[in-house]
Every structure is written in C-alpha cells, then in structure tokens.
Design a protein around this ligand. Structure first.
Ligand code: NAI
Length: 261
C-alpha cells in the first residue's frame, strides 16, 4: 500500500511572500502536492503572475495584495482568505526584508524600524491571526489542527555582521514559534521554524554578484552551491502534511551544511 501522508489534497496553505523566492518555491511544491494555495505579497502585478503560474498545477490558487506590516490589512486578509477557501490548515510566515548597513554603528534607526516592521511585526500579526482562526476551528470541534511555520535565518544563530536588526528579528521569530508551539499544542496546532542558509533569491542578488563572496563564502558550503527556492519545497510539504503531526517547536536548518562546517 502506498504511503499517502504527503498528499495534501483537501488542505489549504497560505504562504506570505509567496510570489517569488523561497515563498514561491514552497507554494509551488504545496500546489504540486495537492494543496489549495493562497499567497500574500505587496506587488499586485507579481502576485497575479505567480498565482497564474501556480494554478497551472491544477489547484485553486489565489493571490492577495497584503502588507504584512499593516495589522489591519493582515487581519482582514486572514478573514478573507479563510472565507474564500473555507479554512486554512497551514500558514507559512515567510515575507521578509533584508536591509543591511555598512556597519552596526552606521545602522540607522529607520533601517532598524523598517526591518522590525516586516520581519517581526509582520510575523506576529500573521501568526496571531492564523492562531485565532485555528483555535476557533478547534473550539468548534474540528480536530484537524494546523501547522504554522516561521521563516527565520541562520542569522538568528550565527553572527551576522552588519545585519544586527535583521538578525534580531530572526532570533525573535524562533522564540515566538517555540512559545506558540507550546501554547497551541492542545489545539492540535504545531509551529516550527525554518532557518535558510545562503539562498539565491532577489534578497541576496548583491552577494550573488560579488566575486569575493563567490570565492570565500560559497566554497564553505559543504554541498558547494547556492541554495535555491525549490530546495524548500520538500520541507514545506512535510510541515503541511500529516507526516509531521508529532513535530513541533523545532528549528529546521536548510543550508547545504554551511552552519556545521
Ligand atoms: P525575496 O526578496 O525574494 O522575497 C521576499 C518576499 O517577501 C517577496 O514575495 C515580497 O513580496 C515579500 N514581502 C516583503 N515585504 C513584504 C511585506 N511588507 N508584506 C508582504 N510581503 C512582503 O526574499 P527570499 O530570499 O525569498 O526571502 C524569504 C524569507 O527567507 C525572508 O523572510 C528572508 O528573511 C528569509 N531568508 C532568506 C535567505 C536567503 O539567503 N535568501 C536566508 C535566510 C532567510
């Protein structure tokens, strides 16, 4: 008999920042595994294009223009998404920004606040609304629970020079995820964090075009390449699936071995 927990037919997954990069890689694998998928992003045009591409896998896909730093927009969009799909089983808080600075002493308060607004406030608003939806469902007798995922970063656990604000938000995401996991286990809601290493997306375009980086950093990745958005598909499917029903409060590192070398 076939092993079927990775079949996501009937499940609904929401990926914030799902219109490109790592979020898109996860959204695509979720759709390919049978889930109905909602993506949130700020760029309406790219949202529409991404939704059309993802729908080519034969599943229902809808895109919503949402700024996750906007508390009311997140609350409204979560209600709308749940109404449109009937339920939400998995929420992946992936939307993020990567503002660095020439040095910590030159890091402006504006950069600090802009980073926190998306990477920390945005994750807080998204996961709080997701929990409200999942707890309400559980209290109404639905025993299927839910899966929450926060996209952190190796910056949370390693020294990320010139990225102190960014690193602080990612460390906070891990702490928030662990707290959510403990508090919501009784509702069947699981929460895990993913820590990507060096992944080739728009966020890292400067590093990808930097010869010194290519010479000094990528050779230190044991698997000897940049990560790609599609490297996150399998983990997204696993965390959205019943295969991970006893897995919560964990940190999952996808970095080609960079952090252990
Ligand atoms: P990306 O820049 O390609 O994609 C970011 C996504 O977030 C886009 O879809 C964008 O529209 C969305 N977004 C940004 N601000 C938003 C807002 N205020 N409201 C709604 N959506 C918003 O970047 P990438 O690399 O795909 O990043 C995804 C996540 O992975 C981020 O949380 C990032 O911090 C994290 N990460 C990325 C790494 C990398 O090497 N690329 C390494 C470690 C973590």
């Amino acid at each position: 008999m076939a092993y079927i927990p990775f079949d996501l037919t009937g499940k609904v997954a929401l990926v914030t920042g799902g219109n490109r990069g790592i979020g898109y890689g996860m959204a695509e694998a979720l759709a390919q595994s049978g889930a109905s998928v909602a993506i949130w992003g700020r760029d309406a045009k790219r949202n529409t294009e991404a939704a059309e591409e993802l729908a080519a896998h034969g599943r229902t896909v809808k895109a919503y223009t949402v700024d996750v730093a906007d508390e009311k927009a997140v609350a409204d969009a979560m209600k709308q998404t749940a109404a449109d799909f009937g339920r939400i089983d998995t929420v992946i808080a992936n939307a993020g920004v990567g503002y660095g600075s020439p040095s910590f002493v030159d890091m402006t308060t504006e950069t600090y606040r802009k980073t926190l607004a998306v990477n920390l406030d945005g994750v807080f608003f998204t996961l709080r609304e997701a929990c409200r939806h999942m707890v309400e469902r559980a209290r109404a007798g639905d025993k299927s629970g839910g899966s929450l995922v926060g996209i952190a970063s190796l910056a949370a656990i390693e020294g990320a020079a010139r990225n102190e604000a960014y690193a602080a938000t990612k460390g906070a995401v891990i702490s928030m995820i662990k707290s959510i996991a403990v508090e919501h286990a009784r509702f069947g809601v699981r929460a895990n964090a993913i820590l990507p290493g060096w992944i080739a997306t728009d966020m890292t375009s400067a590093a990808q075009n930097n010869a010194t980086f290519a010479e000094k950093v990528i050779p230190r990745v044991p698997l000897r390449r940049w990560g790609e958005p599609k490297d996150f598909g399998g983990l997204a499917v696993y965390l959205a699936s019943d295969a991970s029903s006893f897995h919560t409060g964990d940190l999952l590192i996808i970095d080609g071995g960079y952090s252990i070398f």
